[in-house]
Design a protein around this ligand. Structure first.
Ligand code: UFG
Length: 345
């Protein structure tokens, strides 16, 4: 058995897939989640896949005493993967202080508790949002590309959190960190036991696509077709959530077991860009389902095009995104069908 890892937000979309990969790699996992945006039944899915039910504590990480009690109850925790955060871009514009409190206080509490409880490493969930719209000559974007001012409080919390970790390590704190900057995670576990479970109307493209395909939404609107891209729609780097989960396992092994710089940054994507229209067409081809869609106006705050240069993660973490887009979109559809079968959606 390898080390014990605290996974915050472990019942969420990326957190649950990462928990599965950690368990399969031999780690012991303790999940902390306040269940504000996920369901306890996710633990059943993790158990069905791995045969192991991870320890679970329903804790709000803004509550430092309750968070400290977790480290006291599980004194073997050596690493943290910190997913727990509010993540809706639009909501963050409406409720900025909620986002600053949730996303910043939680991280500060964890960092303060780490040295005291002998926790050596933290993997932080960051986002390609820190790059804003890279200049054309900076695409695909590398980790050294300049950061741009965030267009939402949500994006700003990612930037601020990265700086908080860097400042704390710079101050001499006895911890190490790997910051993973994700591109767009999509898809669901091949077992269909876990997947994405959006609350209400999805903001993200893929759940909107699958919900439209199954008839929960009337039609998909592609936001803008007058961008400076080959087909006029936005371009993103869509990465399979299982590949993304595996990047966390590689990062955890590196931060805990290797002599490395105290803080490192990695882009986690496929290295390829796909347009929104390509996603719609690939989805239709992969699933045989016709999608009802139309073009609409641009969505405020959207960037035109971004995809990642992930060669640093390939080389240093020994990790590579392996899945193909058609299969990943088919996995998202299979998950949507399972939600229907189970009467969840
Ligand atoms: N899109 C549509 N119609 C929809 C939903 C999305 O056309 O109904 C388009 C968007 O305009 C965008 C692409 O699909 O071009 C992807 O949109 P998502 O909302 O799925 O993802 P984003 O790239 O906008 O957002 C992601 C993360 C956020 C993060 C942001 C930073 O989900 O958490 O990147 O760039 F803040």
């Amino acid at each position: 058995m390898k080390q014990t890892i605290l996974v915050t937000g472990g019942t969420g979309f990326i957190g649950s897939h990462t928990t599965v990969e950690l368990i399969e790699a031999g780690y012991k996992v303790v999940i902390v989640d306040d269940l504000s945006n996920s369901k306890i039944e996710v633990l059943d899915g993790i158990e069905k896949i791995t045969g192991v039910r991870p320890a679970f504590e329903q804790v709000d990480l803004r509550d430092k005493a309750a968070t400290e009690a977790v480290f006291e109850k599980y004194p073997d925790i050596q690493g943290i993967i910190h997913f727990a955060a509010s993540k809706a871009v639009g909501e963050s514009v409406q409720k900025p202080l909620l986002y600053y409190r949730n996303n910043i206080v939680s991280l500060v509490n964890l960092l303060e508790l780490m040295p005291k409880h002998n926790v050596k490493g933290i993997i932080f969930s960051s986002s390609c949002t820190v790059y804003g719209q890279p200049k054309p000559e900076n695409l695909p974007v590398t980790e050294d590309a300049p950061h741009q001012k965030a267009t939402s409080p949500y994006g700003n919390t990612k930037e601020i959190n990265e700086q908080i970790i860097a400042d704390y390590i710079h101050s001499g704190a006895a911890i190490k960190s790997i910051v993973l900057r994700y591109f767009n995670p999509i898809g669901a576990h091949p077992s269909t036991e876990i997947g994405e479970l959006p609350n209400g109307v999805p903001n993200n493209l893929i759940p909107f696509v699958t919900q439209t395909a199954i008839g929960i939404r009337k039609e998909l609107t592609i936001f803008g077709n007058d961008y400076n891209t080959p087909d006029g729609t936005c371009i993103r780097d869509y990465i399979y959530v299982v590949d993304l989960a595996k990047a966390h396992v590689a990062a955890m092994a590196r931060v805990l077991d290797k002599e490395t710089e105290p803080i490192e940054y990695f882009n986690i994507g496929t290295g390829n860009g796909n347009s929104t229209l390509e996603i719609v067409e690939t989805f239709e081809k992969a699933t045989g389902v016709k999608l009802n869609w139309k073009y609409g106006p641009r969505r405020e705050g959207d960037i035109e095009k971004i995809w990642g240069d992930c060669s640093k993660a390939n080389k240093v973490l020994g990790w590579k995104a392996e899945s193909n887009l058609s299969e990943v979109l088919a996995s998202a559809w299979k998950w949507q069908l399972k939600l229907r079968e189970d009467g969840i959606m």
